[in-house]
Design a protein around this ligand. Sequence first.
Ligand code: COA
Length: 380
Amino acid sequence: MTSRSEASTALPEPTKGLAGIVAADTTLSFIDGEKGVLKYCGYAIDDLAASSSFEEVVCLLYDRELPSPERLADMRERIGAARVLPSEVKQVIEQLAGSTSPMSTLRTVVSALGHYESNVALKELPPKALRLVGQIAAAVAMIHRLREGLGPVEADPERGHADDFLRMLLGSEPTETQTKALDLYLILLADHGFNASTFSGRVTAGTLANLHSAITSAVGTLSGPLHGGANERAMEMIIKIGSPERAAGWVEERIAAKQRIMGFGHRVYKVDDPRAPHLKSSSQTLWEERGDTVLFDTSVAIEKEVKAAKPLITNVDFYSATLLYGLNIPTDLFTPLFAMSRVAGWTAHVLEQYGNNRLIRPRARYVGKADRTYVPLEQR
Ligand SMILES: CC(C)(COP(=O)(O)OP(=O)(O)OC[C@H]1O[C@@H](n2cnc3c(N)ncnc32)[C@H](O)[C@@H]1OP(=O)(O)O)[C@@H](O)C(=O)NCCC(=O)NCCS
């Protein structure tokens, strides 16, 4: 039996997982989980998915306004230039790629990148933050090439971010469909309120630790299977099931065993995640271009069976898995790809935190044993 101390019982009942707790104001993204709405700075995700580009979304998140043509060109140039990594950081990747998971290497790379940036005043931070957007993409491509025993492909700063990344990763010219699909993915995952990784980045920034410490925290937090790691596991499941006919039996078994099915369920959305239909439709186009839709069809069958079995919503990870795999991206690179998009939101949130900071420091309610008498070691 545990007894509680007086001081601890005086604290309010904690909310497990901080569910429903509003921790701060933001001017970045708006989410209505009941209605399935996501907006960046007031612009509906559907409009951005249909007409925007990742670079434009980065402008929006940094400036809170859609860019002029000149600002967009400037943004493309800055992100493109940042895809050329410092040689010392390339050496870090050479040492680590292949010996540890891509996500662990990426976390170390983000930390290492901080050594090549000076600590700067708040107003000088945005260009430094922006460099991380280009650098993370270049690092992910290089990590993959080296661990596969392939030579790195140099960045072409003139090209669009999604297009150049695919070329740097796969070593060949991407098709228009492929570039569009990746661009869409990057737009859709760029920001999402106080998700766990963004929150951990803001907690770190809230201590006035530097930008790279905050983004290193965010990368580490993203790596877990209940957050960024879910689409990797979703794809492994889709591959394992392998054909639409096998979906029903597999889902039934899994639900009966009370196991979680990756790519379904969400803390905030009570209806389907508004990003999911865009990813599903782009994924279908991609697999049709490949001329083999079995894995896409398997995803559709799994979704149908899960929904018939349990009132679960389809989250962003489910069809992002099919989309990324359709781009020939191996499953263990899915979470680094997530980081490559979310770094736009992370950095924008960290800048927002620095701009109106207060240390983030909640309380914990002590429920352990109370008022114990210390017993010297020799008497135990
Ligand atoms: C995202 C997630 C962590 C949200 O968790 P949460 O808000 O803490 O919700 P809970 O873990 O309390 O789940 C609530 C109920 O739904 C069930 N549930 C939630 N997600 C489920 C899933 N993917 N498969 C099966 N059941 C699920 C839980 O078992 C629980 O049921 P119970 O009340 O009968 O025990 C959770 O839905 C999940 O684990 N999903 C799979 C991982 C995933 O896709 N993550 C990416 C999120 S974008």
